[in-house]
Design a protein around this ligand. Structure first.
Ligand SMILES: Nc1ncnc2c1ncn2[C@@H]1O[C@H](COP(=O)(O)OP(=O)(O)OP(=O)(O)O)[C@@H](O)[C@H]1O
Ligand SMILES: [Mg+2]
Length: 347
């Protein structure tokens, strides 16, 4: 095959690919390879171009020993470090090596998701181990020292019940998180009246509100804020946010819910509805804001755990907002309160 014939074939391959001759000179390149290096290395010596020992070893293997090989190639470009799997495959004419095909497969996405997956499993194990340790500890105590002490027994059973309930909540939160993630790419199609959703969420939380002495101020929005959405998920979203406002907003305070229609949201670049949920709590230190929606992230681990928190509430919120092509904005003033804004494209 002549270079003129090979060029369109190479151009049709989405991976960065180049051909070298037996003297390591770059003879042919494709457009993705130019994007990778930022210039056309055609005519250059591949040794000078690649310069990383494992990569050069794989290339030598192809040219000198007619052996295909792979290596990790770390490229530092404008967008930071990107890891590629480099592959060198010899080109043969009979028994003679005439050159090699060199390709670069971007592995950074796959490596990043592998790290996330591993962290996630480690997190879950850790989160489940804490209540389990408590449970086994109390079972032991009930068998031994607290055996004949009815008061202690009642108290320990109460703690055990709380821990078991927390594990239960964690498992159901994890299930709903994975459900939301599973259909994150599917656009929801139902017409949902957010005002009605808010009213039903507040009604559901009546008991918690009364216990905390918290009142909710709500806008009169009958039928005005309609979005294309998933009714159950939007209910879950506001339930999580208002529950947080009750939990972290402080006793005997107020929660203010306001709604606004934006002709054009600057970030979403379209008409949108914005719902603000504002509490009068202690607020959140700005250092925590970027990580707040991560799974299991809690500002005050101990306090949140004591309140039965799993740290999954806002992660679920974020995924639901993403699925609705909206955005979540968090503003917090320490000592004044926090405001969680949900901005969703208007139907
Ligand atoms: N309105 C708020 N005011 C102050 N801090 C908040 C508020 N909402 C959330 N936070 C902080 O963000 C953390 C994460 O919230 P998230 O809802 O994800 O978890 P959680 O409330 O601890 O547990 P759960 O899974 O039960 O909701 C909380 O632990 C809390 O520290
Ligand atoms: Mg929460």
């Amino acid at each position: 095959m002549t270079p003129a014939e090979a060029k369109p074939i190479l151009a049709g391959i989405p991976l960065p690919v180049m051909l070298i001759d037996a003297g390591y000179r770059v003879t042919l390149t494709n457009p993705p390879l130019l994007d990778l290096f930022g210039h056309d290395p055609g005519g250059m010596n591949a040794v000078t171009l690649l310069r990383q020992a494992p990569v050069l070893a794989a290339m030598d293997g192809a040219i000198r020993e007619a052996r295909a090989g792979t290596a990790r190639f770390v490229f530092s470009g404008l967008a930071g470090e990107v890891t590629y799997e480099f592959r060198a495959v010899p080109l043969m004419d009979g028994n003679t090596v005439t050159g090699a095909v060199l390709s670069f497969e971007d592995r950074s996405q796959a490596e990043a998701s592998e790290i996330i997956r591993r962290d996630f499993v480690a997190n879950i194990s850790h989160e489940l181990r804490t209540p389990l340790t408590a449970l086994t500890g109390f079972i032991e105590t009930l068998r031994t020292s607290a055996r004949d002490d009815p008061d202690a027994r009642d108290r320990f059973l109460g703690i055990m019940e709380n821990e078991a309930l927390r594990m239960n909540r964690m498992v159901s939160d994890l299930l709903s998180l994975s459900r939301v993630q599973a259909d994150e790419r599917v656009r929801p199609r139902g017409r949902v009246d957010l005002g009605a959703v808010l009213r039903s969420v507040v009604a559901t939380l009546e008991g918690k509100l009364t216990n905390a002495g918290v009142t909710v101020a709500m806008p009169d929005t009958s039928g005005r804020i309609v979005v294309l959405g998933d009714h159950d998920q939007l209910t879950q979203l506001f339930l999580n946010l208002i529950e947080n406002a009750i939990k972290y907003g402080g006793k005997d305070r107020e929660i203010h819910i306001t709604a606004e229609t934006l002709d054009r949201d600057r970030t979403l670049r379209m008409a949108a509805h914005r719902i603000d949920i504002r509490d009068q709590g202690d607020g959140i230190d700005p250092v925590h804001l970027p990580r707040l929606t991560e799974r299991f992230y809690r500002v005050d681990d101990h306090r949140s755990r004591e309140m039965g928190g799993t740290g999954l509430g806002l992660a679920i919120v974020k995924h639901i907002v993403n699925r609705h092509r909206g955005r979540l904005k968090i503003v917090s003033d320490q000592g004044v309160g926090s405001c969680f804004s949900v901005i969703i494209p208007a139907a």
